[in-house]
Design a protein around this ligand. Structure first.
Ligand SMILES: Nc1ncnc2c1ncn2[C@@H]1O[C@H](COP(=O)(O)OP(=O)(O)OP(=O)(O)O)[C@@H](O)[C@H]1O
Length: 510
């Protein structure tokens, strides 16, 4: 159904794709695996018409096609689901699905709604065409994205890290849906860093390294260890040892914190938490349950509407981010592109963001270029950032490499309290292993870490205590030993509370 033949794509100083080849048949789920910066996103962008290759060809049903826009890719039956959904939240499902379509279908909402219902029933997606997208859990929103593509008769579906923000139950159900879509004769391509998913769902996996497609194999003939080795070039495991540490003094204590959301309702409904020296406290939850507002209020980026935040015994409820930074609180936001970095600036300038005064000379009047360069160089080397040079614009780094820059920047600041959201999202397994060891090293130095993550394996491996957040409330505190995937997943979906922690919350709508 699809063939990418000897695709080469160059950017100044980088060969992102180097004679890459990929063949995907009807009925096949094909996984693309590769280290950060290996060229996966670039290859997929070529497939859906966002980039044109310098050399090589895209063949669909054996015919060479020029894909010069996303619209053209869709017309050829290729649909893409990005990690960040492209849905308009206040609009209904049907409005979202028909948005951007040519012709007068947009005027015939009822007809579109009927077709959506029929498609949803046929594929077991369970979607109400009249539901408002903002009211749907993320797992269902993702199914709306799939439905949008099915509505446009997509035969080749490309999904970028599709399970990154799903609960284990939602992830399992998505993989099941993908299998079914393939069985109906579609071709499904998933770009993923999760080897267990590759093993569970893929018929074939293509491994990319340095822009080249180095191997295409049947995962059933392989195992996770071999895939990791093929991808990273050395054996890796995602296990780390969390040595026992007696926690010390209380660094952070949050009492009854309340934060308003964008629509005026409460995003955080009076939560308590503490982080002590030598402790990693994990907040597990599906994105959009108040965790971002909570950490933004703790770090001074958002005003709280009630409650208090104390750091090292001082009331810092209304401190500014700069005041927090001076007390040693640093923050890594989930949104690395728009909040965590400045796209047009080089890695060197991004590496000193927030502490520019430390990199000056001549009574603070001039920037100390040599120190800036040395610092960026250390960051790039220590965190293995793949880049042609340190002045390379952050916005042009691959997702995983940008994540390394931001995490590295904050860890090198030697924080007293590190607040991190989704620290390893988009990182390959080699980089995850390293980042986890760095977070444990921060803990080992007697610092505190507040870790917000949707990755259960990450939370369980790193956290000394786990709080599960749902709709702005903590549903209970677990130890990593208590927290199995099943219980955590149900709690994250709001369908279970830790026994003995009070009433069950409302069941989500879907
Ligand atoms: N617009 C661009 N300009 C310059 N270089 C780019 C551009 N887009 C990507 N690159 C470079 O191409 C290489 C491959 O990047 P790509 O995003 O395809 O990697 P990836 O495998 O998707 O990585 P990740 O797993 O980190 O998302 C990287 O070195 C990246 O810096």
């Amino acid at each position: 159904m699809l063939e990418l033949r000897n695709i080469t794509k160059r950017f100044p100083g980088v060969i992102a794709n180097d004679r890459a080849c990929l063949t995907v048949g009807a009925g096949e789920v094909h996984a693309i695996l590769g280290e950060n910066g290996a060229g996966k996103s670039t290859l997929m962008r070529i497939l859906y018409g966002a980039y044109q290759p310098d050399e090589g060809a895209v063949l669909i049903d054996g015919e060479a096609r020029q894909l010069t826009s996303q619209r053209q890719a869709i017309a050829c039956g290729i649909g893409m689901i990005h990690q960040e959904f492209m849905l308009v939240q206040p609009m209904t499902v049907v409005e979202n699905v028909i948005l951007g379509l040519d012709g007068d279908i947009g005027l015939r909402l009822d007809e579109a709604a009927q077709r959506i219902s029929a498609l949803s029933d046929h594929h077991g997606l369970g979607i109400d065409p009249h539901a408002r997208v903002a009211d749907l859990p993320v797992g269902v929103q993702q199914r709306v994205e799939i439905l949008k593509l099915l509505f446009r008769d997509a035969r080749i579906l490309v999904l970028d890290e599709p399970t990154a923000i799903l609960t284990p139950q939602e992830a399992a159900s998505l993989l099941d849906t993908l299998r079914k879509l393939a069985l109906q004769g579609r071709a499904i391509i998933i770009v993923t860093h999760k080897l267990n998913e590759v093993m569970a769902v893929a018929d074939r996996v293509t491994i990319m390294r340095d822009g080249q497609t180095v191997r295409s194999i049947d995962p059933a003939q392989s195992n996770e260890g071999e895939l990791a080795r093929l991808m990273v070039g050395r054996p890796v495991g995602r296990t780390v040892v969390r040595p026992k540490i007696q926690p010390g003094a209380r660094i952070l204590s949050v009492n009854g914190l309340r934060v308003l959301g964008a629509t005026g309702g409460e995003a955080v409904c009076g939560v308590d938490l503490t982080v002590r020296e030598g402790e990693i406290v994990g907040i597990a939850g599906v994105e959009g349950n108040g965790q971002s507002q909570l950490v933004e209020a703790i770090t001074g980026l958002r005003r709280s509407s009630g409650g208090s935040v104390m750091m090292d015994g001082r009331n810092v409820t209304h401190a500014t981010p700069l005041e927090h930074a001076r007390r040693g609180l640093v923050y890594v936001p989930a949104d690395r592109r728009y909040v965590g970095s400045i796209a047009a600036l080089g890695i060197d300038d991004n590496a000193m963001l927030g502490r520019q005064e430390d990199f000056t000379r001549g009574w603070g009047l001039f920037r100390d270029r040599r120190r800036i360069r040395r610092h960026a160089q250390e960051l790039v080397e220590r965190f293995d950032v793949k880049t042609p040079h340190i002045r390379f614009p952050a916005g042009k780094l691959s997702g995983g490499n940008l994540q390394k820059v931001i995490m590295g920047r904050e860890i090198l600041r030697d924080p007293r309290l590190l607040v991190v959201e989704q620290p390893t999202r988009g990182l390959d397994i080699g980089a995850i292993e390293y980042m986890w060891s760095q977070l444990l090293a921060v803990r080992g130095q007697g610092k505190g870490v507040l870790l917000v993550s949707a990755e259960l394996n990450e939370i369980r491996s790193l956290a000394d205590r786990i709080l599960v957040i749902h709709r702005g409330r903590f549903l209970g505190e677990l130890t990593p030993e208590d927290a199995d995937d099943e219980l955590l997943g149900l709690m994250m979906a709001g369908m279970a509370a830790k026994p003995g922690t009070g009433p069950m919350p409302d069941r989500p709508r879907n």
